[in-house]
Structures are given as structure tokens and as C-alpha cells.
Ligand binder design. Structure first.
Ligand SMILES: Nc1ncnc2c1ncn2[C@@H]1O[C@H](COP(=O)(O)OP(=O)(O)O)[C@@H](O)[C@H]1O
Ligand SMILES: [Mg+2]
Length: 336
């Protein structure tokens, strides 16, 4: 067995990997009916879906965050809800509350919009911290507690939270501990000249609805197979070496947590399946590091003032940590 090739498990997973790859192709085809030039973001959404995590979608207004989230929810075929987060939104507006039934005089539970399979939490950082944390707790636990009663949420449960850049007015920055709850952060930039022209053409045609490609049951069963995707011992060491290097990096105040390392592994397994492979490669890990680790790493204020960015620090880590076989040997830290 080598680091690059499939082990026994990798071979056994070939039919599943081929199926996931074809699901990916069909989903891209459906979504291309409503959005242009967002293939990378769509792949990140698919990775989070298979890995059973949640997505933070960042970008300035007008880059199709809402349009894409809505269409993505549709291709999954699950029960979908959208909540527009506003400065006056209360936790109970998200989770639900007990209301008095005038006829019987009893309090009855009114479930909030969070009781769904795909939740679009739109502009999540416009709501106050209390409401944000109600959502983030539900994401973590897949359950909510309403006045002492704990209720399970439907599964699969996928939150797509959109966030405006923090420089904008009326925006609360999500606390770092809560950012760690998002499996992946997808950044949506401007589309580029030709895709933007293609977008104009698309909007000159009659609007279409996208069809569903998956069902909630199928999503759950695919999620259940994820741990079978093979990852060699040396790649597990590689993940931990990258996480450890982030904790020692001169520009980084808070490095990748063990939860971040685990997230990287889960996402890499999902990416492998989407690429039609039953085994993880170094490339999976390197390609995913910015979107899985980026939002969890905090730079030192001095480094930030000097103009260093998190992406630069991650590029350093990937350049420093060797990708060769590292079996059982202790961590190799840059400069250590
Ligand atoms: N890449 C794109 N492909 C297709 N339509 C786009 C794209 N970018 C923006 N649009 C269109 O621009 C408008 C604004 O999109 P919207 O989803 O509301 O953006 P956001 O939620 O990011 O503010 C919509 O009509 C959307 O269809
Ligand atoms: Mg929007």
C-alpha cells in the first residue's frame, strides 16, 4: 500500500465513488441553469453535505449567495427554510416558542423555521449574538431546547449561513469559537468578465426551476459511508503535522484545533468521493486547507498590521510540511 494509491478499502469503494461522482455532475448541470461560474463553491457545498457539516458562505451583496443556496437546497430535495437574520431577530424566532391556545388555555409548542433539513440562514451576522448562538448550538447538537423541552431536528440537517463582509455597517462579527462550528467556509468573489457576461445572457432567458437530484434518505446513506473512504497512516500524520505547524507559526495567535484537523479529514474523504476515488490523497488535503482551516485561524495583531493574511500563513504551512511518507515518526515542525 502506498500513500498515493488505493488500499483494499479504496478498491471496494469504487462503485460508490463512481456514483457520487455522477451525482456531482448532475448537480452541477442542474445548478448551471440558474448560476454561472460558481463551480468551486458548488463543490465546497457538496463536500460539506457529504461530510455532514455546515457552510459559511461569504461575499459582498449581489454575488448570488441567496440564489445559489436556494437552488442547492432544491437539488437536495429536502424540506427547506430561509431565515433572514436582522438586528431585531430573537432566538425564539429561529428555534420556536410556546404560545397560549386561547380555546384550551394550554401552551402549545410552535416550532421555528429551524425544523427543516436545509436552512438558509441569510446574513447571519446581522443578528445579535444571542440569536446567532441559538442557531450555532442547534447546528452543533442537531437539537434545540425550547423552555426546557429538548427536541431533535430532522436529518440530514444542513445550514448554509451567508455572511456579509465584516467591514459593512450593522454587522456583528461571529465569535471565533462559533466560526469553528462551520465545517467549511466558501468565499464568493466577483465572477470574472466572461462569466458575468454569461450571467447577463442567462438572465435574458425565461427563469427556470432546478430539479432535485438527491433525496434526504440518499444523503444520509452517503454520509454513512464516508468513514470507509481510505486514508493512509502517513496522511493522518500529515494532517496533524499541518495542524501542529499552525500552532507554532510566527504569524498565528490561534492555530488549528483538533476539531479543525478532524474537519480536514472529513472534507478530504468527501472530496475523494466527489472526484470518484475511494481514497484520500495529499492533493485533497492541500486543496481543502484554506477553506477548512482559514476561518478557524487567528493571526497575531502585529502580523495583521504588517499586512499578513491568513491565506499567506496557510500557504506557508503547506510549503513547510513535507508531503513524503511520515510513518510513525514524531511530528516534524518547521524550524523545530
Ligand atoms: N454568478 C451568477 N450567476 C447567476 N446569477 C447571478 C450571479 N451573480 C449574481 N447573480 C444574480 O444577481 C442577483 C443577486 O443575487 P443574490 O443571490 O440575491 O445575491 P446575494 O445573496 O449574494 O446578495 C440575482 O438575480 C442573481 O441571480
Ligand atoms: Mg442575499
Amino acid at each position: 500500500m502506498t500513500a498515493a494509491g488505493p488500499g483494499a478499502n479504496g478498491v471496494a469503494l469504487e462503485p460508490l465513488a463512481a456514483e457520487v461522482r455522477s451525482i456531482r455532475t448532475r448537480i452541477h448541470a442542474e445548478l448551471s441553469r440558474v448560476v454561472v461560474g460558481l463551480d468551486d463553491v458548488i463543490d465546497q457545498l457538496l463536500i460539506a453535505l457529504l461530510a455532514g457539516g455546515h457552510v459559511l458562505l461569504e461575499g459582498v451583496p449581489g454575488v448570488a449567495k441567496t440564489t445559489l443556496s436556494k437552488a442547492f437546497a432544491r437539488v437536495l430535495g429536502g424540506h427547506y427554510q430561509r431565515v433572514q437574520f436582522t438586528p431585531d431577530l430573537l432566538p425564539s424566532d429561529v428555534t420556536g416558542t410556546y404560545v397560549l391556545d386561547r380555546k384550551t388555555g394550554d401552551f402549545v409548542l410552535r416550532r421555528g423555521p429551524i425544523f427543516c433539513q436545509v436552512l438558509l440562514a441569510d446574513e447571519v451576522n446581522r443578528a445579535p449574538a444571542k440569536t446567532q448562538s441559538a442557531l450555532l448550538e442547534a447546528m452543533q447538537e442537531t437539537q434545540v431546547t425550547i423552555e426546557g423541552t429538548t427536541l431533535e431536528l430532522p436529518r440530514p440537517f444542513l445550514v448554509l449561513a451567508t455572511q456579509n463582509p465584516v467591514e459593512q455597517e450593522g454587522v456583528y462579527r461571529l465569535p471565533e469559537a462559533q466560526l469553528d462550528r462551520f465545517l467549511i467556509r466558501a468565499t464568493m468573489g466577483y465572477p470574472g468578465h466572461d462569466p458575468e457576461v454569461a450571467m447577463l445572457k442567462l438572465h435574458s432567458q425565461p427563469t427556470v426551476e432546478v430539479d432535485s437530484v438527491l433525496t434526504p434518505e440518499r444523503v444520509l446513506s452517503l454520509q454513512g459511508r464516508l468513514p470507509e473512504v481510505h486514508c493512509t497512516e502517513s496522511l493522518l500524520h500529515y494532517i496533524v503535522n499541518v495542524a501542529e505547524a499552525s500552532r507554532d507559526h510566527a504569524d498565528i495567535a490561534l492555530g488549528a484545533s483538533p476539531r479543525a484537523a478532524l474537519s480536514l479529514l472529513r472534507c478530504a474523504r468527501a472530496r475523494a468521493l466527489l472526484e470518484g476515488r475511494g481514497y484520500v490523497t495529499h492533493e485533497d488535503l492541500q486543496r481543502l486547507a484554506p477553506s477548512v482551516l482559514g476561518h478557524r485561524i487567528i493571526l497575531r495583531p502585529e502580523s495583521e498590521i504588517e499586512g499578513r493574511r491568513v491565506d499567506d500563513a496557510i500557504a506557508d504551512l503547506l510549503a513547510q510540511v513535507p508531503v513524503t511518507e511520515i510513518v510513525g515518526a514524531g511530528p516534524r515542525r518547521p524550524g523545530g
